[in-house]
Design a protein around this ligand. Structure first.
Ligand code: NAD
Length: 446
């Protein structure tokens, strides 16, 4: 199929490249000229494992275009236009401005096109966006009715850091549609995928994405709250508490040969520093805002947000309780990305920690294998941080080492045990235990 993707960020670029790898002819458009310039050179502007290699091997089916007014005539010839622009949060509500702008553009394209074009929203949008906002903009401005153009909603569940694998080996693919021709288009696009396809109206597809993320966030905040309560009670081995909970057969069922199966969901049932990233925080807030707009209570969701917002403060409290005075301490933060294998620092807990510690300690240093530039951009000069390239060498210059992102490289910190003697190691990702660092004071979130 001839597919256009509008917006070549984490989702649009990965989707475009993966669809091209399956033989579809894909053109990725973006309004950011420098992003398109980078992509045209075969390079990716985002860090995602395997992405550049797949761009290279799919290049016969893949092209990139700077989106300007001349793009409107080019867009008329595509079977499907996938919209993957950003939907950031503005005061807790979803800002649909980028989606609206693209809907206006597409209404002009559809007005003058003789083809049946299916517009497929891939951005995460609040339920009702595709079948109301997008539909109305296109109908009112193109003079054509749904049925003379198509509409669909195909939410994306990829996780940054594993985006290519997640897209190519999707757990399920959701085909949201408002007209049968678009359902056919969606079926053809995803024909090469063998996983379960769920065919629903666009509202259900939109809701599925929010429920998926909010439920996972709820698990994270719930366990963080239990852990905070246990810490308040005192003398509770919370790691063992959760080990025991995990072994309930409803979390860890038995396989056919009688072995315990430890599903990935258990990763969400461990205490930690809270959820971050470009999706969970904004999606959870968006669902709460939508519920409130409709005068429906969202008590659980609001509590999930509240617990998560407070979790960086909890971490600073743990630090102060265990270390005592921190105003004379030098702190090294290991990891800035919101999770490993990505350079994305949006809503990263590491950055929240840096902000909280900024005026509390003598000095702050930080390391990340790939996210330093993005951190610099986000924090600007508001936080005084020295970014270090050689994290191991920096250990000796600091008193407190905080493992903030569980990048694999930091596991080799055990090779530097001797350098850690007399220092504090705050393992916010529960990678180690107290026995790992004899001579150091080990702090954990458990
Ligand atoms: P992003 O900010 O990385 O990328 C958005 C891109 O759209 C940018 O390159 C921007 O220049 C471009 N753009 C904006 N307006 C445009 C316009 N009018 N014309 C052309 N290009 C335009 O965003 P992202 O992380 O890829 O997320 C995109 C959507 O997918 C969001 O709704 C997000 O919630 C959702 N999502 C993201 C993830 C993730 O892990 N990042 C996962 C699932 C879903």
């Amino acid at each position: 199929m001839d597919i256009a993707v509008i917006g070549t960020g984490y989702v649009g670029l990965v989707s475009g490249v993966c669809l091209a790898s399956k033989g579809h002819k894909v053109t990725c458009f973006d309004k950011n000229k420098s992003v398109i310039g980078t992509l045209e050179q075969g390079k990716s502007h985002i860090h995602e494992s395997g992405l550049e290699a797949l761009m290279k091997s799919s290049r016969e089916c893949l092209s990139f275009e700077y989106l300007d007014s001349s793009s409107e005539s080019k867009l008329q010839s595509f079977d499907a236009v996938i919209v993957a622009v950003g939907t950031p949060t503005n005061n807790g509500k979803t800002d649909l401005g980028q989606v609206e702008a693209v809907a206006h553009l597409l209404s002009r394209v559809i007005k003058s096109s003789k083809n049946y074009i299916s517009v497929i929203i891939k951005s995460t949008v609040i339920p009702g966006t595709t079948d109301t906002l997008v539909k109305n903009i296109i109908q009112n401005n193109s003079g054509k009715l749904l049925g003379e153009f198509g509409l669909g909603m195909n939410p994306e569940f990829l996780r940054e850091g594993n985006a290519i694998g997640d897209f190519l080996n999707a757990d399920r693919i959701v085909l949201g549609f408002e007209d049968c021709l678009t359902l056919d288009v969606l079926r053809k696009i995803y024909e090469p995928w063998e996983c379960k396809k769920i065919e629903v109206n666009s509202r259900s597809a939109e809701m599925m994405k929010y429920v998926n993320n909010t439920l996972l966030a709820t698990l994270i905040s719930s366990v963080n709250e239990y852990s905070n309560i246990a810490r308040g009670i005192g003398n509770i081995d919370f790691e063992q508490v959760m080990n025991g909970v995990h072994l309930d057969h409803r979390w860890t069922p038995l396989s056919a040969d009688g072995q315990k199966v430890f599903p990935k969901i258990l990763d969400y049932l461990k205490p930690g520093c809270g959820y971050g990233g470009s999706c969970f925080p904004k999606d959870v807030m968006a669902l709460s805002a939508l519920a409130n707009d409709k005068l429906m209570p969202s008590r659980i969701i609001d509590a999930v947000i509240d617990v998560n917002d407070n979790q960086p403060n909890v971490m600073v409290r743990i630090l102060k309780t265990k270390v005592g005075v921190i105003s004379n301490k030098r702190v090294l933060v290991l990891g800035l990305a919101f999770k490993p294998e990505t350079d994305d620092v949006r809503e990263s807990v590491s950055l929240k920690l840096l902000k909280l510690l900024n005026d509390e300690v003598v000095s702050l240093s930080a390391h990340d294998p790939i996210a330093i530039d993005n951190t610099r951009q986000q924090l600007g000069s508001s936080v005084k941080v020295e970014y270090v390239q050689d994290w191991r060498a920096s250990i000796s210059n600091n008193d407190i080492i905080i493992i903030a992102t569980n990048w694999g490289i930091y596991e080799s910190i055990i090779d530097s045990k001797d350098m850690l003697i007399g220092k504090f190691v705050f393992d916010t990702r529960s990678l180690f235990d107290a026995k790992t660092f004899p001579g150091a004071t080990y702090l954990s979130i458990n």
